[in-house]
Design a protein around this ligand. Sequence first.
Ligand SMILES: [Zn+2]
Length: 322
Amino acid sequence: MEKPAFLDRDRPDVPGLVVPGGVTPFYLAGRPVRGRLIRLGVLADAMLTRHDNPDQVTALAGKALALVAALASALKFQGSFSLQIKGDGPVSMLVADCTHDGALRFYARSDEDALNALLAQNPTPTDRELLGNGYLALTVDQGADMERHQGIVEIAGDDLSAMATHYFATSEQHACWIMLACKMTDAGWRSGALVLERIAGEGGTAEAELTTPDGTTHDDTAWETATILATTLSVGELLDDTLPGPQLLHRLFHEEDLRVSQSRALAFGCRCSRARLVEVLQHFPEDDLDHMCVNNDTIVMTCEFCNKDFHFPRRDIASATS
Ligand SMILES: [Zn+2]
């Protein structure tokens, strides 16, 4: 049996922060609309500043964290939900994931020279300019015994919210409206998301079947109204810790029979540990392990999510391959 995280004394020192109201789920009664409001609060600053990324990369990563929190909290699963983007732009790799219980982590890989060249031309590049052309994948991983569910699409759209909307439209045939924001505020880095999903069922009443002569249904109109109301949300409101989530949602949807569900927590959570990294190292042949050594006797492994170095004496690692 795997050692529970709280007994693992080898865990790196990570922010022990839990944001209790990080996810506020809601739906509009009698309408084909459900959604989640995500606000990372102080967790955004604690997580994003652990990595020495340029501000543009930090802002992109913060939006990715809010996005995976929003998408993971809509699914029933046990394990992790991850977003991976690989492109040919200055940010060549962006990974963010969220577990079923709201533990978040991320890393971003960027090329300093390529980023500086881009910034020299355009000081406020779009997410697309940072990422370039490439692919976006969303994966639900429920452990070794379960089938992985993965969808991959080409990067399309100017910003991360458009890329995710495109994913749902093409890969899942599912209408979504997504707003993402991450900014340095007076209180530090903050990030948040508002996601609306068009669902079947909620509006599955006789009324929903009514169509107008031009073919639009009651459901089409209700969905459109919800998205129009959602666009009135400002970045300032989304990232304002002093404005409670239910109150913000009430401002937007009070005329649409808003029902706010029980909020859920978000936290920092990496699953790395010395024991897991030793397992990884044991897959290398002895020769490779020798080559990894620094100062002749130490292997250093970095968890890119925690941005933490783990040091292993070479003599403690025995290859399982030879
Ligand atoms: Zn880690």
